[in-house]
Ligand binder design. Structure first.
Ligand SMILES: Nc1ncnc2c1ncn2[C@@H]1O[C@H](COP(=O)(O)OP(=O)(O)OP(=O)(O)O)[C@@H](O)[C@H]1O
Ligand SMILES: [Mg+2]
Length: 423
């Protein structure tokens, strides 16, 4: 880079011979020259001012030219071109100096020719080309980084979109099913209550008929009673109604779970018992659990109500549970646990399975969007990424312990209070 004031390239000439300095002054008038007469002075001058090139005499008092060259190449200004001039023409020395990073090698015999100026100009030109190549490379690298960043951003946005559509679709479906079941459920529940009351009244009335007639039943009535085993039926009525009511209550719980779950895409924080999302999510996967004959253990610790987004916590638990269900094989066991950590005022969800574990080689990738080891159509690779983001939203953390062949445990730890919760 030429010096700013003169527009000429700035050359530091390290030369102890005054006569030679004079020659340089005449032959290199096109350049802006600064003279020093020792290697030491040259090295300190380089630190003081910016130079475009160093013209270095090989034979110097004090430290010699080759040491000055090495010092420049290993210092802060390693990039600066150095043209070496030696009193003696020596091919071996020339090769050695070029290997050590000299830009060119001349002898004092060249002093009065245009060789020196030409060599200097060539070295400066090479340096300019090198600089522009480096700038180009740097620009390319920046562009590449930028592209990679945009690509990652795009991938994440796409992931969010797919997942939110998937969850919204699922929420709608579940809400629809819950609604459809709820209608017949409510009239069946009503009818059963009325039936229960009416049947009890009829049974009481029959008891009065019997008391009135005593043992004198007409034979056709006696045989009709025997045919339907009336005594047994009457004795069974209570039990039948009880188990029917229990069944209906169970259906009611399932519907409530589905409705709770269908609020999955509600972007809403509220005060809730964090065990609720566990109950409704377990309800959601109960069918798959039964189909795969999995031994599901749910251990619920009483938890304080917390400020959280229950729909989003459903999503976390669903993703962890579905992964566990998909991972396990024969004699499968899955445990879902909640735990209150009084000392740190946090609570935990834990989902453990006795599946194959997660191989070391992929542990670093499982939270990446679109990372999946499952066949197309089974996994999109978004479950854990979404879970991770939701846990972040709640200022919590998600950790895993896993052992090949023994199983995997995901632990989600969340604070019971959020800084922005209403008091
Ligand atoms: N409990 C587990 N046991 C073994 N491997 C697991 C378990 N949970 C997750 N993984 C591994 O982590 C990968 C990423 O899981 P993630 O839930 O993000 O995506 P996915 O289950 O493949 O697809 P999606 O959840 O979108 O349907 C899985 O493909 C699987 O290889
Ligand atoms: Mg998954």
């Amino acid at each position: 880079m030429p010096s700013q004031e003169s527009g000429r390239s700035r050359i530091l000439v390290i030369e102890d011979n005054k006569a030679d300095q004079g020659v340089f002054g005449r032959t290199l008038a096109a350049f802006d020259l600064t003279f020093v007469d020792s290697g030491e002075a040259g090295l300190s001058q380089i630190e003081l001012e910016p130079f475009d090139l160093v013209l270095l005499d090989f034979q110097l008092p004090g430290i010699n030219g080759d040491l000055v060259l090495s010092a420049i190449r290993s210092g802060k200004h390693a990039e600066i071109p150095v043209v070496v001039i030696s009193g003696i023409g020596n091919e071996r020395l020339a090769v050695d100096l070029l290997k050590r990073g000299a830009s060119d090698y001349l002898t004092k015999a060249d002093l009065l020719t245009s060789r020196v100026a030409d060599a200097i100009q060539e070295a400066l030109d090479r340096r300019a080309v090198e600089n522009s190549r480096r700038r180009g490379e740097e620009e390319l690298r920046l562009r590449k980084d930028e592209l990679e960043r945009s690509f990652r951003q795009l991938q994440e946005n796409q992931g969010r979109l797919i997942q939110s559509e998937k969850m919204a679709g699922m929420g709608q479906l579940v809400a629809g099913v819950a609604h459809e079941i709820n209608n017949p459920l409510s009239y069946v529940t009503n009818n059963i209550a009325v039936l229960d009351r009416d049947v009890r009244q009829i049974v009481a009335l029959m008891a009065r008929y019997r008391a009135y007639l005593g043992d004198d039943l007409p034979p056709e009535i006696q045989s009709a009673e025997d045919a339907i085993d009336l005594d047994y039926s009457l004795g069974n009525i209570d039990r039948l109604f009880r188990s029917t009511r229990q069944g209906l209550q169970r259906v009611g719980e399932i519907v409530a779970g589905l409705r709770d779950f269908s609020r999955i895409d509600e972007a809403e924080f509220k005060q809730v018992d964090p065990n609720e999302p566990v109950r409704s999510t377990v309800e959601m996967v109960r069918y798959q659990i039964r189909q795969k004959n999995i031994n599901l253990i749910v251990e619920i610790d009483p938890l304080p109500t917390v400020w959280c987004n229950p729909g989003r916590l459903n999503q976390v638990l669903l993703n962890l549970l579905v992964n566990a269900i998909q991972a396990v094989g024969d004699s499968a066991a899955i445990t879902v646990r909640t735990r209150f950590l009084a000392e740190s005022d946090e609570f935990q969800y834990e989902v453990s399975d006795n599946g194959p574990g997660i191989p070391e080689s992929i542990r670093g990738k499982i939270f990446d969007p679109f990372f999946t080891t499952k066949p197309q159509g089974v996994g999109t690779g978004l479950g854990l990424w979404i879970a991770y983001n939701i846990v972040q939203e709640h200022r919590g953390r998600i950790e895993l312990t896993t052992e090949t062949g023994a199983g995997t445990t995901f632990t989600v730890t969340l604070p019971t209070h959020q800084p922005d919760e209403p008091i």
